[in-house]
Every structure is written in structure tokens, then in C-alpha cells.
Design a protein around this ligand. Structure first.
Ligand code: NAD
Ligand code: LMR
Length: 340
């Protein structure tokens, strides 16, 4: 019995992600919330012959909180792709002005109505929206760092695809061979390749090209869509991959991933995370690392510096990432502190 709520369910990501969630037979209730068209999307998906009962929730006006509260009641997992996407020429940070308050207000309602739910944040800039969510939940006294995830799986999906292309390997076989750590924008994204016999070796030019594509893959899609938004379908797949992993652990499924997918999390709230932050990350406390999940929350994580091989080249990428992350995290925390 797993209830999943999607906030932003009628959007470019929300619709295909909700479709994939509807196909998951461990999901028994699927609550779709959006400020527009949630009921239409729900009616459409509800005709698919899988067990999940789908319901749509739309507020009557800006003041109406009841629709969201109903969507959140008793939920186990809240997935949030609500907010605006980029247009060409914009960075993810340019979305802060609009998306920061959307995330603040949605997460506050989650904290009040479903304080035990796992929260998966997709809305950009993830490097700031997750600290915003954490700070909102802290203020409400319900912050559980083991249940707050910035969804960075698209970076792993891209890394597997691009490395597969360069090494003539089936990208599916590369899951777990590349961990993407750091944040989710440009040079805060750091792919770590765990080379072994099954992963081909890249020459210098291919390696540099690979890192650049993983870091700036989002720009390729924004440019190609030419004003019509950013990645939606690959993101729905990636967001679902992480949500499925979480739902599996809520449904008693085995958790036998050797190197699981990463998520952007608050490290000091996880056993060993504070040490990772202080010893290797200059005190940066939000960071994407491979997370081991159990019963819908983080049970442990894979410390890249101790469990994976981090090359000198990769260490340099991490140093650059840390500089970018610090400001984005502070911006998110300060935004909530300055809010009423
Ligand atoms: P979209 O504009 O197609 O959809 C967003 C949806 O959010 C719309 O249906 C809109 O009505 C809804 N919405 C707006 N305010 C809301 C609110 N207060 N409550 C509920 N719903 C609300 O955008 P999209 O392409 O689906 O992208 C959504 C977000 O995801 C963007 O911020 C984008 O940058 C981000 N994104 C993140 C990743 C990632 O890897 N984490 C990847 C791609 C996109
Ligand atoms: C992505 O990586 O595709 C998303 O973060 C969307 C974007 O703005 O690039």
C-alpha cells in the first residue's frame, strides 16, 4: 500500500512521470496536484488497467489550500516537479526567483500535512531548492534528512548514455559503474567513473568531452527545444528510476544495489555524513552521493572517497563543484530565513 503524490503533475515532466508511476503495481494511490489541468490528467491516467487509484486535485484560487492538503493526506512519497523550466540563455539559478517560493510553500504544506513522507525535489535550481525545503521543514520542526532528496538521477542517466556511446557499451550495463556526485548544474556535477575491465578506457579528449556533456547535457535539450522548455521525457524516466527505487524499499523489495543511484541530500543528517562534509568537502553540507535506501529512507550512503576510486582529475572537478555549491546553498537557506 503506497500512496504517491505528484505536485506539478500536469507539466512537461509531471505528466509522463505520473504515467510511469501509474504503471508501478506497488503504487495503490496516485494523487496528482497542479494549479492547472490536474483533474484532466488524472481522469486520463485513471483508465489504465493497473491497481493505482488516480485522483486529481486543483485549487479553486490562490488562497485555496484544501486541494493540496487532500492530495497530501496519508501520502508516503511526494514528488515535486512544480515550477518553471529554463529557456535558452538562462541558467538554472535564474529560476530561483520564481521556483524558490513555489518549493517553500509546497514543502511547508507537506511538513504540516504529511510530515513522514519522503520528498523528492525535481524543481530547479536543485542546488538551492533542496536547502529551501530542508530549512522550511526545520522551521516546522519536522525535518528528517533521511527523507529529503534532490533528484539528480538524470545526470547518472546521461553519464551512462554518453559513456556507453563513447565505449560502445550497452548503457544499461553501466548503471552503478559511474556515480555522479556534487550538485545539479554545470560544473557542480561531477561524474566518477569506476573503471574496471567492463568499462572501456577513454583517451584525454574523449574524457574531457564526456565530462562536459554530463555537466552541460541539460543545455543541449534547452537549446534544441528552442524556448519550449527543458528536458521532460528523459527527466520523467530518471525521476521515475529514483522513485521506483524508493517505492521498492517501501514495498519490501530487495535492496541489492552495490552502488546505488545518487541523490542530493543534507549530509549531517545521515550517519557518517558530517565527517564526509568536514573531511573532504570543505564543510559543504548538501551534496549528491549514492544513497542506500531502506523502508523509504536513507539507511547509509557510499562515501566516494573511501568506497570508490577518485582520481586526481576527479578531485579537481570536486573542488570546482564545492565552490559553486556553497553560494547556492546559502542563498536557499537565507531565502527561507528572510520569509515570514
Ligand atoms: P512545466 O512548466 O512543463 O511544468 C511545471 C508544472 O508545474 C506546470 O504544470 C505548472 O502548472 C505547475 N506548477 C507551477 N506552480 C505550481 C504550484 N505552486 N503548485 C503545483 N504546481 C505548480 O515544467 P517542466 O518542464 O515540467 O519542469 C519543471 C521543473 O523541473 C523546472 O524547474 C525544471 O527546471 C526542473 N527540471 C529538473 C530536472 C532535474 O534533473 N532535477 C530536470 C529537468 C527539469
Ligand atoms: C536538466 O538537467 O536537463 C534539467 O536540470 C533542466 C535544465 O534546466 O537543464
Amino acid at each position: 500500500m503506497v500512496k504517491v503524490t505528484v505536485a506539478g503533475a500536469a507539466g512537461g515532466i509531471g505528466q509522463p512521470l505520473s504515467l510511469l508511476l501509474k504503471l508501478n503495481t506497488n503504487v495503490t494511490q496516485l494523487a496528482l496536484f497542479d494549479i492547472v489541468n490536474a483533474k484532466g490528467v488524472a481522469a486520463d491516467l485513471s483508465h489504465i488497467n493497473t491497481p493505482a487509484v488516480v485522483t486529481g486535485y486543483q485549487p479553486q484560487d490562490k488562497q485555496d489550500r484544501t486541494a493540496l492538503i487532500e492530495a497530501l493526506k496519508g501520502t508516503d512519497v511526494v514528488v515535486i516537479p512544480a515550477g518553471v523550466p529554463r529557456k535558452p540563455g538562462m541558467t538554472r539559478a535564474d529560476l530561483f526567483n520564481i521556483n524558490a517560493s513555489i518549493i517553500r510553500d509546497l514543502v511547508a504544506e507537506v511538513g504540516r500535512t504529511a510530515p513522514n513522507a519522503a520528498i523528492l525535489i525535481i524543481s530547479n535550481p536543485v542546488n538551492s531548492t533542496v536547502p529551501i525545503a530542508a530549512q522550511v521543514l526545520k522551521k516546522l520542526g519536522v525535518f528528517n534528512p533521511k527523507k529529503l532528496f534532490g533528484v539528480t538521477t538524470l545526470d547518472s542517466v546521461r553519464a551512462e548514455t554518453f559513456l556507453g556511446g563513447l565505449t560502445n557499451t550497452n548503457p544499461k550495463q553501466l548503471k552503478g559503474k559511474i556515480s555522479v556526485i556534487g550538485g545539479h548544474s554545470g560544473d557542480t556535477i561531477v561524474p566518477l567513473i569506476n573503471f574496471d575491465q567492463s568499462v572501456g578506457i577513454l583517451n584525454d579528449a574523449d574524457y574531457k568531452g564526456f565530462v562536459h556533456r554530463v555537466q552541460f547535457g541539460g543545455d543541449e535539450v534547452v537549446k534544441a527545444k528552442n524556448g519550449a522548455g527543458s528536458a521532460t521525457l528523459s527527466m520523467a524516466y530518471a525521476g521515475y528510476r529514483f522513485a521506483e527505487y524508493l517505492i521498492d524499499t517501501l514495498s519490501g523489495g530487495p535492496n541489492n544495489y552495490k552502488v546505488p543511484d545518487s541523490a542530493y541530500v543534507y549530509l549531517p543528517g545521515i550517519a557518517g555524513g558530517e565527517e564526509l562534509s568536514k573531511k573532504y568537502l570543505n564543510g559543504v553540507d548538501f551534496f549528491s552521493v549514492p544513497v542506500v535506501l531502506s523502508q523509504g529512507e536513507i539507511s547509509s550512503f557510499v562515501n566516494p572517497f573511501e568506497k570508490l576510486t577518485v582520481t586526481d582529475e576527479e578531485k579537481k572537478l570536486i573542488d570546482v563543484a564545492l565552490k559553486g555549491l556553497k553560494g547556492s546553498i546559502e542563498q536557499g537557506v537565507e531565502f527561507v530565513n528572510a520569509s515570514k
